[in-house]
Design a protein around this ligand. Structure first.
Ligand code: UTP
Length: 291
């Protein structure tokens, strides 16, 4: 019997420099894909996987993220007055249970590992999920639910993995893989941003993790890794051999929305997948590209 998975950490304290000037006065995680901000995709995906408690690791200028999950009384009253029932129903369907979102401040963005460590009191002794909101996955079964299904079976740590072009290994956390069983691989090693010649495989971790609370012990050592940042990958690597550790080649397609091309691809893919927008967008693309 594994401990139930009910908590998630959403690190949102990064500077989002690749999206300046859009992110000068607005958090990157509020950028919309079609009509929904990135943060809302992450929260919806987590709730679908049974997550009930959230901790956002924030920094300066991130209050829009907190307001987004609050009830907008004036807006709701105006919508009700004007009989905008669909808009009102949409807002209400997404309302979060009171007290389900906590926030902590990272203060200085010292790296993803440091951001996760800032949520240590929230995590306590429980297993938890991490979702990086700038990774979006378009799939039949939400990506975190796919990981949670593996966690139910294996316990321990489970990360979502995908193949990357061998020349791009220096951008990601890369796996050294052991035995494979279907889409699941045993993780035997982890390296953050290895040069292509040193990469143990072309399987990269994406922004979906289920981790045991012990990772906080390793993070608290505050060892600096690639880019002089406190790397989550390095702390995770220290857990290998102490508890089960699996990578899941998830079903679906990942879009790196922290990158301009990935973000634009996500807009198109998510719009095409929508029954209300897909046909019109397809038609536009066909005509525009052939013009
Ligand atoms: P990124 O590497 O995408 O960095 O962080 P960034 O600052 O958000 O964006 P760029 O590179 O400047 O354009 C990956 C995730 O880790 C979080 C980010 O918010 C993002 O969700 N993060 C990163 C933190 O919360 N704190 C950090 O110190 C670093």
């Amino acid at each position: 019997m594994v401990k139930p998975l009910r908590k998630a950490v959403l690190p949102v304290a990064g500077l989002g420099t690749r999206f300046l000037p859009a992110t000068k006065a607005m958090p990157k995680e509020m950028l919309p894909v079609v009509d929904k901000p990135l943060i809302q995709y992450a929260v919806d995906e987590a709730r679908a996987a049974g997550i009930e408690q959230f901790c956002m690791v924030t920094g300066r200028g991130k209050t829009a993220l907190i307001d987004h999950f609050d009830i907008a009384f004036e807006l709701e009253a105006t919508l009700a007055e004007r009989s905008k029932r669909d808009a009102l129903a949409l807002l209400r369907s997404e309302a979060m249970p009171p007290g389900s979102i906590s926030t902590v401040r990272q203060q200085v963005p010292l790296g993803l590992g440091h951001a996760i460590w800032c949520a240590r009191s929230f995590i306590g002794e429980d297993p938890f999920a991490i979702l990086l909101p700038d990774d979006l996955v378009l799939s039949d079964t939400p990506c975190l639910e796919q990981l949670a299904n593996v966690y139910q079976e294996t316990g321990g740590n489970v990360v979502a993995v995908t193949q990357v072009p061998p020349e791009h290994t220096n951008r990601y956390g890369i796996l050294k893989i052991g035995a494979a069983e279907g889409n699941r691989v045993a993780v035997e090693g982890l390296v953050e941003k290895p040069a292509p010649k040193d990469a143990p495989s072309d399987l990269s971790i994406i922004g979906r993790y289920i981790l045991l609370p012990e990772v906080m012990t390793y993070l608290s050592m505050m060892e600096r890794g690639a880019g002089n940042e406190v790397q989550l990958t390095d702390a995770m690597a220290k857990m290998i051999g102490h508890a089960p550790f699996h990578g899941l080649k998830f079903e679906g397609r990942r879009f790196d929305c922290g990158d301009k091309i990935g973000f634009l691809e996500a807009q198109i893919a998510f719009a095409l997948a929508r029954p209300d927008l897909g046909p019109a967008v397809r038609e536009f693309l066909k005509n525009y590209v052939n013009a």
